[in-house]
Design a protein around this ligand. Structure first.
Ligand code: ZN
Ligand code: ZN
Length: 379
């Protein structure tokens, strides 16, 4: 059983708010209304599930409800905390409507407030309510993804946390290896890993654990089911933990029983594709370049048509963040980005293989976080 993890240093919330405030003027936004909880956590450290943040050039105010009064006081240092008796979103809109501090900048010749919203995280109903509340006072518009862009490049404290999450995740494969035997239900393996993760201090899992054995290994997102592990075939094991808010994500594919020649061929083709993609990771390379590196290996092996998802994704406070490593993605990689590299090949009705690691883009290339042996493990 992995040991409980000692948690690392505090985050630079103050600096993050300051940098955000510095970008509002150019985008002609007087107030940014932040509704995406991961962005709220990134900016303020608040971990509750009900909050809205308003930011202008001078202020940062967090609105939450009474359930989170003491938690907000404990977690949020700097921003003003407002406890709403109703929905935090409506409280924020009311504040904008009523507060003398929320004035249209007449120096810029405007008679209304320009309020940026995070349209990806706001429902049409919520938008209607806010718009009704602010009628005549403010104009709402979709804001640029300032915070998502900032979150793409991790700072040292974040990298430290991701490193620990990945390390914990990697250690749990030992639990899986002990449990995977013919006849054992997939959920028992997943359950043992999840139990060990919680005991070691994980907040939870990054996503429902994927444990797909036999022909189910051909399902890309085969969540652990009641199916029993067959006497022979692949077992795809893809899971992540959340540790102090930060996600890990790793896939290993094991083989139960002696692998046939075509099973070994498939496994080593995917491994070669994964290594080629890892080698392509460096600052200045595009997300599409890395995807192409994996895809071209599988093409040479005549397996490219079985590789039907993207090569990877950013991760951090959320399991899927920018950038996305896929065809046509022009986003350039930068030092400090943390991404997964996870090519796979899935032959419907037969079997599938995926191999995934988390890598940190460095100034000269990349570092695989917690590298482990990737030779085919036969159980
Ligand atoms: Zn994964
Ligand atoms: Zn992934």
């Amino acid at each position: 059983m992995p040991q409980a993890v000692a948690l690392p240093t505090t985050m630079d919330h103050k600096g993050r708010v300051k940098r955000l405030q510095g970008s509002l003027d150019e985008a002609e936004i007087d107030f940014l209304l932040i509704t995406h909880l991961a962005n709220i956590r990134y900016l303020t450290g608040f971990t509750g599930s009900s909050a809205v943040v308003l930011v202008d050039e001078q202020r940062c105010i967090i609105f939450t409800d009474g359930r989170y009064r003491s938690q907000a006081q404990e977690e949020v240092k700097g921003p003003k905390i407002m406890i709403a008796s109703k929905s935090p979103l409506i409280a924020a809109a009311e504040w904008l409507q009523r507060s003398p501090a929320a004035r249209a900048p007449r120096s810029k010749g405007k008679s209304f407030l320009s309020v940026g919203i995070e349209s990806e995280s706001m429902s049409a109903a919520a938008l209607d309510r806010v718009a009704a509340q602010l009628k005549g006072k403010a104009r709402l518009r979709s804001a640029p993804q300032f915070i998502e862009r900032a979150r793409m490049v991790k700072d040292a404290a974040e990298i430290g946390r991701i490193r620990q999450a990945v390390e914990l995740g990697a250690s749990l494969f030992k639990v899986a290896l002990k449990k995977i035997r013919p006849g054992v239900p997939e959920v028992e393996v997943a359950g043992a890993m999840e139990y060990a993760a919680r005991c070691a201090g994980a907040d939870g899992m990054s996503f429902p654990t994927i444990l797909a054995s036999g022909t189910r290994s051909a399902i890309i997102h085969g969540r652990a089911s009641q199916a029993r592990i067959p006497a022979r075939g692949f077992v795809v094991c893809d899971f992540g933990v959340i540790l102090a808010g930060y996600c890990s994500d790793r896939t290993r594919t094991f083989h139960v029983g002696k692998p046939a020649a075509d099973a070994r061929y498939l496994y080593y083709a995917v491994l070669e594709a994964q290594q080629a993609a890892i080698e392509a990771v460096r600052p200045g390379a595009t997300a599409a370049d890395v995807d192409a590196a994996a895809r071209s290996v599988l093409k040479r092996r005549k397996l490219d048509r079985y590789f039907t998802h993207s090569t990877g994704h950013g991760l951090g406070l959320e399991i899927h963040e920018a950038p996305r490593l896929a065809l046509g993605q022009a986003q350039k990689l930068e030092s400090g980005m943390v991404i997964t590299i996870e090519p796979g090949a899935y032959i419907p009705g037969k079997w599938g293989v995926r191999i995934e690691d988390v890598v940190l883009v460095t100034s000269t290339g990349c570092e695989v976080l917690t590298p482990t042996d990737k030779e085919l493990v036969v159980i």
